[in-house]
Design a protein around this ligand. Structure first.
Ligand SMILES: [Mg+2]
Length: 352
């Protein structure tokens, strides 16, 4: 399959996906993306709302990297990586915008992936634009960023994107029944948290403590069910089925979201990965063109599906959620499969 053909298919898949999942969301469903290019300078503070995304996607010009006329494609063979697509070469500026997933790519339960800190540093030193994209919905962004810095990763708070900040913008001023870990509440500023008569129900993710026992108790889930039955919208920070910890795979809150969807016949609006709004916000902040942006992730569903639907390049790493049979079950083709993020800088230097 040619590069152009695969991109065309990705684009049509995105449109179909937007129609099927977003068009059915009630009331505050995000606007759909209509173009792959972004140019308007967007501050981090307003980058994650669907309205902002809608404004941004109306812009027709890519500021950077250079446009299609300055690029050419070529095949690339790498002994250390499994490549399944052609590689885009940019003659004038061999730099990329790179979205780095956090859990499973940079660390697992606070244990850094070997070589990950050095890889991030080398990517910066090379001149790539980085953004850290996480579906973590259990702690405030400032704390998450501080934890990453304590592990040796070089990043600022503003470079870390979380679904809770998207929720704060999407649900500002609304009465919300929030089944979330207490740690994420500081990032929900502007949202009125209530116990009944809610405009929306918001489901967050699980952490490794006993807190999910209380947050997702039968009483709370039944309360959420009743609110949705009475007309509240259903949102979730993500819909992850499970995540990888040092104790092994743990059940995540996607099971509770799916349970409420089943019971109420109402489809949840996902605010984190793989929602287009989340990726649009990340790309907008970097003022990037999706086709020249890389997503590095360990999660085929949350990371690679969303990114590829958006027309981005994808790198799957064999860490975190990756399993030996992951490649056999893949229903998409990542541009490259790497042993870990540690291999990314050298691979990019050879390939771009
Ligand atoms: Mg991950």
């Amino acid at each position: 399959m040619s590069f152009a053909t695969s991109r065309s298919i990705a684009s049509s898949r995105l449109r179909a996906w937007l129609r099927s999942s977003w068009a059915t969301a009630r009331r505050t469903a995000p606007a759909r993306a209509t173009t792959r290019r972004f140019c308007v300078g967007v501050s981090d503070g307003d980058a994650s709302t669907s309205k902002t995304a809608s404004t941004r996607v109306s812009a027709l010009f890519a500021c950077w990297p250079p446009g299609p006329d300055e690029r050419e494609t070529r095949s690339s063979i790498s002994p250390g990586a499994m490549e399944t697509e052609r590689v885009t070469r940019i003659d004038s500026e061999p730099m990329a915008c790179i979205l780095l997933d956090v859990d499973g790519v940079l660390h697992v339960s606070g244990d850094p992936i070997p070589g990950a800190q050095q890889a991030v540093r080398r990517l910066r030193d090379t001149g790539h634009s980085l953004r850290f994209v996480t579906n973590n919905s259990t702690r405030p962004r400032a704390q998450l960023a501080e934890e990453l810095r304590s592990l040796g990763f070089d990043l600022t708070d503003d470079e870390l994107q979380t679904p809770a900040l998207t929720a704060a913008r999407e649900l500002a001023g609304k009465r919300v029944l929030a089944l979330v870990m207490a740690g994420v509440v500081p990032d929900l500023e502007g949202v009125e948290l209530v116990g009944d008569s809610a405009d929306a129900v918001l489901i967050g993710g699980c952490d490794e403590t006993v807190e999910p026992n209380q947050v997702f108790s039968y009483m709370n889930l039944a309360r959420a069910f009743s609110e949705i039955q009475m007309g509240a919208d259903l949102y979730c920070l993500h819909k992850n089925r499970w995540w990888q910890t040092s104790r092994g795979p743990l059940l995540d809150a996607g099971a509770f979201v799916a349970g409420l969807e089943y019971a109420t016949a109402v489809e949840a609006t996902v605010l984190g990965k793989p929602s287009p709004a989340y990726f649009a916000a990340a790309i907008g902040v970097l003022q990037a063109e999706p086709a020249l942006t890389w997503l590095v992730g360990d999660d085929v569903e949350a990371d690679l599906h969303g990114a590829q639907m958006f027309g981005m390049r994808t790198a799957l790493v064999r860490t975190g959620k990756f399993r030996p049979d992951t490649l056999e079950r893949l229903d998409l083709r990542p541009d490259v499969v790497l042993s870990s993020i540690a291999d990314l800088p050298e691979w990019l230097e050879r390939s771009l």
